[in-house]
Design a protein around this ligand. Structure first.
Ligand SMILES: C[S@@+](CC[C@H](N)C(=O)[O-])C[C@H]1O[C@@H](n2cnc3c(N)ncnc32)[C@H](O)[C@@H]1O
Length: 250
């Protein structure tokens, strides 16, 4: 029998007690926060912007909607959402305060300050009542959460009936050849880039390992459905390097 204190999870390729994961994840993002946006552009050649725009295209934000952007980091998704919606409100929630601090220093945060909240919190225990938001997003965040199914259950709880979930994440590349090329790049180049730009190769080693440990698209689709979401679907981006999952609380 496994009780709560003896359960383990993965931190990249290392198995650790579940109770240690959140602290280690905070360590990673606390360390890279001030260079996070620059590193995102460098390691994806700017392509993360195209994936985030694709998320907005599918989401089609509408005026007046209330967004909860979990693991929202430096605000990329919330800024895009508010620009597209024209009016509305976004709450950026993240476990790591330095990520939110870096987000608040961005020019967009200043321009949109009346429509934005920044909240420190955990995706697995959201500090909001049931049925509070029209839209829930989590972009490149859920693979860092200790128990992703609990985060999805929480998403379902805080969404209003009729609300929409959208997850952007690296799942698994369906093509073996592409996967090999991607592994060569991600395991050999990204940690080195992390060392040069953020002076921290270990954090970027964790990030690339965590991608390999995340469930494939179909398995994750099952988890979205298990949380209660209907019309659950996914779309691969850039041949499956990244993927969008969508679901509705009906
Ligand atoms: C790769 S960043 C993504 C930031 C942003 N969403 C983006 O797409 O650029 C992952 C973020 O997830 C946050 N995070 C990890 N575990 C979390 C949890 N359990 N609850 C809330 N945020 C979490 C980290 O602190 C970090 O800011």
């Amino acid at each position: 029998m496994t009780d709560d204190t003896s359960r383990t999870t993965h931190f990249g390729f290392t198995d650790i007690p579940e109770s240690e994961k959140a602290g280690k994840v905070q360590g990673v993002f606390g360390s890279v926060a001030s260079k996070y946006d620059v590193m995102n552009d460098a390691m994806s050649f700017g392509i993360h912007r195209i994936w985030k725009d694709a998320m907005m295209d599918w989401l089609a934000p509408r005026p007046g909607q209330k967004l909860l952007d979990v693991a929202g980091g430096t605000g990329d998704i919330s800024f895009r959402f508010l620009k597209r919606a024209g009016s509305g409100h976004a709450t950026v929630l993240d476990l790591t305060e330095p990520m939110l601090v870096a987000g608040r220093q961005r020019a967009e945060a200043d321009a949109m300050s009346g429509s934005l909240d920044w909240v420190v919190g955990d995706a697995m225990a959201l500090p909001f009542p049931d049925n509070s938001f029209d839209v829930y997003t989590i972009s490149f965040g859920i693979r860092n959460v200790t128990r992703p199914q609990e985060a999805l259950n929480e998403a379902f709880r805080v969404l209003k009936p009729g609300g929409r979930l959208m997850v952007l994440e690296f799942n698994q590349i369906p093509n073996d050849m592409m996967q090999k090329v991607y592994d060569l790049y991600s395991f050999n180049i990204i940690p080195r880039m992390g060392q040069v730009i953020a002076k921290d190769s270990d954090s970027y080693q964790y990030l690339v390992e965590s991608i390999r440990k995340f469930p494939d698209q179909e398995t994750f689709l099952g988890m979205v459905r298990a949380a209660g979401f209907e019309q659950a679907k996914y779309r691969n981006l850039s041949m499956g390097i990244a993927c969008l999952h969508s679901g509705w609380k009906i």
